[in-house]
Design a protein. Structure first.
Ligand SMILES: Nc1ncnc2c1ncn2[C@@H]1O[C@H](COP(=O)(O)OP(=O)(O)OP(=O)(O)O)[C@@H](O)[C@H]1O
Length: 387
């Protein structure tokens, strides 16, 4: 019987302690819930404080630039102005691009960035710097959206799309006249000169190619995708650049790939610009591809030998003499820009000077051997920076 009474005592103790623990846990839960509801829960206020201080910081950063600051859009607003992202303009290495119309009717291109780097403040800093890079030949960034992991840029919409469409046009309606092509070439060079010399910080674009030259309603060229390499994962962007080279051979300057020097400079942009010029000359009649396919001659070499041996660009059917002059001028400047050694290439300001001259005042550069080893001209490059 003493064992039975011990058992019953033990059961009582266990029951009482269980009830005690349940009461204690419930009480703690109710107290925590009350504090939470009152908004005085310390952890919650810490999180809120941090969120508020980041929001205030971003507001302050934008406030410092007054009307020059990029506009901040909410995601729901972007959804509304793009009619729930219904009109896709395309997809590039940085993400999807959709067409939208602001409430005042102004058309915009809304670009979703994927694989972005840095925190919100770093993102806003870069966005401010892109916005401040303002020039008639650079696509205008109007604003951005930053909500959680969503990072979106809002640009002016360019109704004539990219230069690529016109260079390789099959349809004669989409072919641009030589004087228009020439104006576009000069416009791109002006935009590049601004990036290299005119804006607050010397800037290398890294990815000048016809797809990144957009045309407004009057065919004024605007350099696009400027500054994005800094906003998105750099490793990824670098790999994408390499893809770009494979896809559109020669647009990335050879030194960008040189593991030996790893040096890029404003002259790397000049190289890409030269390739764009040559594409404009050769692509207009879709000649480049047929030259390379039929003769296996690298197109810049083909242009070089025609200019030096024949003094003309036959078999182009260039029409009036002034067209031939424009084509020869663009080709000659293009050849100077694609010199293998960055030191032999002109600066972009020099390129603009060359555009001012007559064709007979322009020398044809020495022939280049694209596969020859790259010289170490790192001393010549005062403006260089490392990849
Ligand atoms: N501001 C804009 N106005 C009109 N169309 C645009 C604008 N920005 C981009 N697009 C179009 O959206 C598509 C995707 O552009 P995006 O710049 O993202 O990629 P891309 O330049 O084609 O390729 P990559 O990013 O690899 O250089 C392209 O067809 C481009 O012409």
């Amino acid at each position: 019987s003493s064992r039975a009474s011990k058992h019953s005592k033990l059961r009582t103790i266990v029951a009482v302690s269980t009830v005690g623990i349940i009461v204690l846990v419930t009480t703690c839960f109710i107290i925590a819930l009350k504090i939470h509801r009152s908004g005085r829960f310390p952890l919650q206020s810490l999180v809120r404080k941090d969120y508020n201080s980041r929001r205030d910081k971003i507001k302050e950063m934008l406030g410092n630039y007054g009307s020059l600051a990029p506009k901040r859009y909410t995601f729901s607003h972007l959804k509304k102005i793009t009619k729930s992202f219904s009109e896709k303009l395309g997809e590039g290495s940085y993400g999807m691009v959709y067409k939208g119309a602001l409430l005042n009717g102004h058309h915009v291109a809304v670009k979703f960035l994927r694989d972005t780097t840095g925190n919100g403040e770093e993102f806003v800093n870069e966005v401010i710097s892109i916005r401040r890079t303002s020039h008639v030949n650079i696509v205008t960034l109007l604003g951005f959206c930053l909500e959680g992991s969503k990072r979106v840029l809002v640009y002016d919409y360019m109704p004539n799309g990219s230069l690529e469409k016109f260079i390789y046009a099959e349809n004669s309606k989409e072919t641009l006249e030589w004087d228009k092509l020439y104006e576009i070439a000069v416009g791109i060079a002006r935009g590049l000169e601004y990036l290299h010399r005119g804006c607050n910080t010397r800037t290398i674009h890294f990815d000048i190619k016809p797809q990144n030259i957009l045309l407004d309603q009057d065919f004024v060229p605007k350099i696009a995708d400027f500054g994005l390499a800094k906003l998105c994962n750099p490793k990824e962007s670098y790999l994408l650049l390499m893809d770009g080279m494979r896809g559109t051979i020669g647009f990335i300057a050879p030194e960008v790939f040189s593991r030996r020097f790893g040096i890029v400079s404003t002259k790397s942009d000049v190289y890409s610009f030269g390739m764009v010029l040559l594409e404009m000359v050769g692509g207009r009649k879709n000649l480049r591809e047929s030259v390379e396919r039929e003769s296996e001659v690298y197109f810049p070499d083909w242009v070089h030998s025609h200019l030096t041996q024949l003094g003309s660009l036959q078999p182009f059917d260039l029409g009036p003499a002034e067209h031939e002059e424009i084509a020869k001028k663009m080709a000659t400047i293009g050849l100077w820009c694609v010199q293998i050694s960055p030191a032999s290439r002109p600066t972009i300001s020099k390129v603009l000077e060359m555009f001012e001259r007559n064709i007979d005042q322009l020398e044809i550069p020495p022939k280049q051997f694209i596969y020859s080893p790259i010289q170490d001209d790192s001393d010549d490059e005062r403006n260089e920076s490392r990849v």
